[in-house]
Design a protein around this ligand. Sequence first.
Ligand code: GLU
Length: 297
Amino acid sequence: MPQSTTIRTGRFAPTPSGPLHFGSLVAAVASYCHSKSTDGQWLVRIEDLDTPRVIKGSADNILQTLETFGFEWDREVLYQSQRFEIYEEYLQQLISTGLVYACNCSRKSLLKSPQSSGPLGKIYPGICRSKHLNLNSLKLRLNQEAAGLIEFNDNHFGLFKLDLTKEAGDIILKRQDGIYAYHLAVIIDDAFQQVTDIVRGADLLASTTIHLHLNKLLGFSSAEYLHIPLINNEAGVKLSKQTGAKGLSVEIASKQLLDALSFLGQKTTAELYHCKPVDILKYATDHWDRAKIPHPI
Ligand code: GLU
């Protein structure tokens, strides 16, 4: 896998489970301006990995919306649904390290055993680690007994640490229904696309420690990370498709772009309200200052 590049490369990686909403626009704007302000490339990757969650027509709709909002990407769009063989290759590489095991614990059976929770959800208590079950038809987990403390310097949130052994546990790499885990696919694709700058929502801050650990196991070099604060709805819950976030309105694209820039603490002017989206993005790129992104209180 090629790793050497001097061109800064960013990416936007939406899941096509519905239309883009304001939270996704903020992530797109931040990753776009961050890369383009260094004359870098900006890529779009459709994360249609979890096929049952994919909504038909949603990927095309997302791409059209991005176009209407003035975004241009520098390479062909990558679709995760076309890369299952590649994910399997790297999964086999992980299996050959002896760190992957099959697990037949159901969610229901796990409710009976004491399970603590960490920033990534419930921590699997390792019940199947020593059972040596057949790897062919069960879910597959990564043994993180020896993973320990992972730390990294986020370009917005600063030093972030997570003890994967104690606070994450053995994550799933492939589900029983054969779907590869986001954590596995995302690091393979970021390495393949030679992404140097990952800009995304802070809900993935803790997941980054898993990505760094997997990168190390597979010999990939890691990108720089910048996580942006999450947008909450009126009820204080993260804006997302699941919490009923409304789709973007192409009729008011310029206004929504300016709202996204204001959320990111970036400079805007009253004249920009009369400009086309593409010109607003150009202005935003020329004036991009990541130090202005607000810190949550
Ligand atoms: N596909 C993820 C989402 O739509 C983003 C993943 C990433 O940026 O690493 O939330």
